[in-house]
Design a protein around this ligand. Structure first.
Ligand SMILES: C[C@](O)(CO)[C@H](O)COP(=O)(O)OP(=O)(O)OC[C@H]1O[C@@H](n2ccc(N)nc2=O)[C@H](O)[C@@H]1O
Ligand SMILES: Nc1ncnc2c1ncn2[C@@H]1O[C@H](COP(=O)(O)OP(=O)(O)OP(=O)(O)O)[C@@H](O)[C@H]1O
Length: 289
């Protein structure tokens, strides 16, 4: 792990170990039950404060105009909410595939809110930050809380849990799936019965977006068919990434070594507390000293 007090703030990935769609709310957003698994790997961001109010990103993302980048949107939202006169230049060290269902953009937004809350001394608590973050995306609150958790609502009602230690091989079929497009599909099932968290078993759950996405994108189906031969496997979020579950890192590495080269992949450990939460606690402890 990086030095906890260096300039980098982690922006980890998540998996949805299952995703059930129970219905829709008045705004048309889908009401879900899901299990967010925090991972120990992801992107990272650094923040250099400036004395003018300007907010900029020194590492633009190809295909994403600066004003649409969730990092810039998060920084501007916090700046205006807290009446901050300082600015910031942000550097993004991107590793996570975009449109992968592993939360890249939402995680970047959450890291920006958490880091600038400390660096600009805004003094918001995590519940207030999560409320702000929800306006940027349904997945932002879970990254602010930074804990492996069951979630309901649109993903903002969070119930932290402990899972047995697990390793994941996360594989990318090389395509980008749009979350908005998946949730707009008429054929998506939207009538799951609520499950009780204390009865959770991976094999009794599913991802309600998986059938639609695998029908629409045969490459996701092929990748899943390949992985499921070796380990329990499923699509995360609205895709396109899929994960396979292992008890040890060595087992995950053994299957990764067999993965056809056309599919990229990474191995991650499931963690109870995200690297962002650990960084936030370290920075707060250091400033209390
Ligand atoms: C699929 C998940 O990743 C599961 O964790 C999330 O529900 C998606 O969260 P996200 O990427 O932060 O999504 P947002 O940026 O908030 O929404 C993108 C689009 O997906 C649709 N959307 C999103 C979340 C949700 N619960 N219901 C929806 O119908 C909305 O049309 C929205 O315009
Ligand atoms: N900082 C950012 N990083 C990645 N994508 C961003 C960012 N800011 C805006 N976006 C936009 O968000 C889109 C979705 O990217 P993202 O990586 O968050 O998808 P995802 O992993 O499917 O998200 P989720 O799991 O939350 O549905 C991108 O195609 C891009 O246009």
């Amino acid at each position: 792990m990086d030095n906890l007090l260096d300039d980098w703030w982690p922006s980890p990935a998540k998996l949805n170990l299952f995703l059930h769609i129970l219905g829709r709310n008045q705004k048309g957003y889908h009401l879900l039950q899901t299990l967010f698994q925090m991972l120990d790997v992801g992107d990272r961001l650094a923040f250099k404060l400036t004395n003018d109010a300007k907010i900029s990103l020194s590492t633009p993302l190809k295909g994403v105009p600066e004003e649409e980048n969730l990092i810039i949107r998060a920084a501007k939202l916090l700046q205006s909410t807290c009446g901050i006169s300082k600015g910031v230049t942000i550097t993004l060290d991107k590793h996570l595939p975009m449109g992968g269902g592993i939360g890249g953009g939402s995680s970047n937004a959450a890291t920006t809110l958490v880091a600038l809350n400390e660096l600009w001394n805004c003094k918001l608590n995590n519940t207030q930050l999560a409320e702000l973050g929800l306006a940027l995306g349904a997945d932002v609150p879970i990254f602010i809380h930074g804990q492996t958790a069951f979630a309901s609502g649109v993903g903002e009602q969070i119930f932290p849990i402990q899972l047995p230690s697990q390793w994941y091989l996360v594989a990318n079929p090389g395509i980008h799936v749009s979350t908005a497009e998946v949730f707009a599909a008429p054929e998506l099932p939207r009538n799951a019965s609520p499950i009780r968290w204390d009865n959770y078993k991976f094999e009794e759950t599913r991802n309600d977006c998986q059938t639609f996405v695998t029908n629409r994108h045969p490459e996701v189906a092929k990748l899943l068919q390949w992985l499921v031969h070796y380990a329990p496997s499923r699509m995360t979020g609205t895709g396109a990434c899929v994960f396979a579950t292992f008890a040890t890192e060595a087992q995950a590495m053994e299957i990764q070594a067999k993965l056809p080269e056309k599919w990229t992949s990474f191995i991650a450990k499931g963690v109870e507390q995200s690297p962002l939460k650990i960084k936030q606690q370290a920075v707060r402890a250091a400033s209390d000293m």
